[in-house]
Design a protein around this ligand. Structure first.
Ligand code: SAM
Length: 218
């Protein structure tokens, strides 16, 4: 999945992954992280997810990273926020969009997550991964989980995945099972499955799919 794949998806508006309402699983399970208001939440591969608005509404600052600049611009337009736009002081390859939403600081950075360092990002209190790990093909996932862990400083994570018979459909979204979550995160985190609920994938409504919520903590 190269950058052009995602640039094309956004340009052609093939963004079926984008939801119009905050994830019910996020709303139901976020409190398991036990984070004080004001915590800084890292949202990798954030798109223009409305989940970031929900996080701000709960009193959290948000730092998201997204490859496609038009997705970041769409987020601020849709929230009626005029962002401040600047190049990251230490890494000019990162374009930072920053604004205030519901009294919280929201920073969305246009960057390839693999090009970031922990120093670039600064303090992360927790990670919210929805449709990020499952957006990546198998040969990128170990690098992704390692990079995410490094740049977030092993911050606790709420991870939402989909599980279905991969032989019946090509990703993305890709199917991830319990063993794979263990494979990607088991050596650095305790992994707890918080929920598993029936779900569907828009392009294949007949497919049997479940959606899992995982809490990763040290
Ligand atoms: C399936 S979408 C999910 C977006 C968002 N998490 C959501 O739930 O709506 C995956 C997003 O990751 C972005 N992306 C893919 N590879 C990336 C990378 N290497 N660095 C940063 N963003 C990336 C894509 O442009 C796309 O917007």
């Amino acid at each position: 999945m190269n950058p052009e794949f995602w640039q094309n998806r956004w340009q052609e508006k093939r963004i079926g992954f984008n939801q119009s309402e905050a994830s019910p699983l996020l709303i139901k399970h976020w409190s398991e992280l036990n984070l004080p208001a004001g915590s800084r939440i890292f949202v990798p591969l954030c798109g223009k997810s409305i989940d970031m608005v929900w996080l701000a509404s709960q009193g959290y600052d948000v730092i998201g990273v997204e490859l496609v600049e038009s997705a970041v611009q769409a987020f601020f337009n849709e929230q009626n926020i005029k962002p401040t736009v600047f190049q990251h002081a230490e890494n000019p390859a990162i374009t930072c969009y920053q604004g205030q939403l519901l009294g919280q600081k929201v920073e969305l950075w246009v960057a390839d997550i693999f090009a970031l360092t922990a120093e670039n990002i600064g303090i992360v209190d927790a990670v919210y991964d929805k449709a990020a790990l499952i957006a990546l093909p198998a040969d990128m996932r170990s690098n992704y989980s390692e990079q995410l862990r490094k740049i977030s400083g092993n911050a606790p994570q709420l991870l939402i995945t989909l599980n279905y018979d991969q032989s019946k459909k090509d990703g993305p979204p890709f199917s991830i099972n319990h063993e794979q979550v263990q494979q990607y995160y088991g050596s650095h985190y305790q992994i707890a499955e918080l929920a598993s609920e029936p779900a569907s994938i828009g392009s294949m409504p007949e497919l049997t799919v479940s959606e899992q919520v995982w809490l990763l903590s040290e």
